[in-house]
Design a protein around this ligand. Sequence first.
Ligand code: RIB
Length: 640
Amino acid sequence: MNIQEVAKLAKVSVSTVSKIINGKDNDISEPTRKRVLKIVEEQNYIPYAKYRMKEGMANRLVGLVIPGNNSYYGVLIAMIEEALRERGYRLVVYTVSEMDAKVLDEALEQLWKRGVIGVLVNGTLAASHVPENCKAVYFTETEEFDQRQQNTFYFRKYEAGRLAAEALLEAGHRKIGCILEQSEQNILNGIEAVFRERQLPEGDLVSYLGKDREDLWKNGTGFCMTDNVSAMICGSSEITGMVLEYAGKTGIQAPQELSIVCMEEQDILEYMAGGIASVKYPLQQMTASAVHHLLQMITEKKECEIARKFFPVLQKRGSIRKNEEGQRGGKIVVVGSMNIDNVIEGVRIPVNGETHIADNILVMPGGKGGNQAVGVGKLGGRAYMIGRIGKDADGKLLFKGLSDCGVYMDGVEFDDQLSSGQAFVHLDREGENTIVVYRGANGNLDGAQLERHGEVFQNAKYCLISSEISMETIRAAKKHCRKNQTEMILKPSALEEIEEDILEGIDYLVPNEKEMEQICPGNMPLEEKADRLLANGVKNVIVTLGKQGSYLKNKAHSIYFPSAPFTAIDSTGGADSFISAMAFSLSEGNELVYSIIYATYAAGITVTRYGVQEAMPDKKTIGIYIEEMERKYREIKEII
Ligand code: RIB
């Protein structure tokens, strides 16, 4: 609309309109003045629009319409101002108490009169009257909006809620508290959606939407935190402070006993309780993109219209702890190898110039240490791995495989120089295996790494050591075990010879027949060989005999145990399964004879399937055989 059109509508001359809008209207009758002003208002006529446009370009002013009640108001303004300043523009802020169509139109008009060339609107509500030549871009956090609306940049707090809930559930938390301000219903919707999708009981989420600070402090913290929750989702750093204060007063240690995720990223979180994890909203990216798009529309007269979505990210810090609830038994440290197993199934290993066609090949995670840790983890035990893997895809796969089974990985390091260990496993048609191991990164697991993770040994009941790592590392592990009164279970594999001091003080030595032969060569009965090892300072010798079961020798007993009633198709890792199950059972306080029976069943189940880690039984699977195992235990007890 221009001045000529207003004049035409009002049936007056252009000079009459000009006089009226410039206040020089003494000689104009009152009815004419009113008629002209009514048309000006109805038609939303902005005098000197073109001139203002030019002036705006010269002033390089951009407007921002923002609700005054926005909690991140200050942060947003600072971000937008910076993005504009970098491009040589200045900001004019217009706050509104509540955003509705009328208010927004008024805001745009006012800003336009002040000479802005474009406007950023915090919200998705579209203006119905954008002044001629003025461009508007919308940005906001929103749950839902009309997807047809263009020039809109947005993210969803709903997704932020999902991220927080998923992180805590992945860490094993089941009962989670959540304190938010009433305005943050979107976050709660996201959290509840995750609980619903995982079919978790409603009562496992204890949420409180507080109306103000006092309400949150007086009612919210107590409401959520008395209900046995092991993790909290807090709406802001302020609420996080309240939760920490409440935890301190009630003797709950955070993060050891209470994991926390804050739904707002703030620098201060890094210093609270050793680092509070948070969900960071994509404000910076969103506002920078909105500014960039607006300036493009203005300067390049681009009318490309887009709606772009941004995503919150989880800022990981130490406040998300694995929840040990649901895990049983004492702490078990595993010091050993992690390998990728390259399995070739075929009739036999070729010799002297022969070439064979393989029946099958498989690639799977393995390594004696990794297998044993997974074995403990799957049975519901508390396994802590200390080992070394390459900085490669195999390393990542191994790491993920173990942590997915609930193994604590604080003691695992990625090696800069060597690739992850590889094992080449030949499997014959009877399910028997032979293995060649390339140590790779496992070879760099040394005493210094054990020293760096010395705290992992604290309060450990058992340490599982296997000898695909160096003798020096085994010696270092023994030192930590002695210091912490941790019992040692050694699997002596891949050895050409074993130095005597390695065996001294070992609580449980678990060789197979071949390994027994290497440690104790000579033509004598197994019992006699075991006696020799006892004389060398080993406290219990347990020889795994494959289909024949196992043999235990210690000061009190000399017992042959039958194998479990399963048919083996892949014997690889049977001994790792045996050792991990025996250690788990011992760590639960069971006696050795029962633990060997339990281990025999675990190994028996493992060898009925291909691979090792995949094949190892979990709590439920082994649980099926509990009665049978107890019966066998009673039978053996009657004869010893
Ligand atoms: O005990 C079986 C394991 O020995 C395999 O997984 C292989 O990696 C080797 O370490």
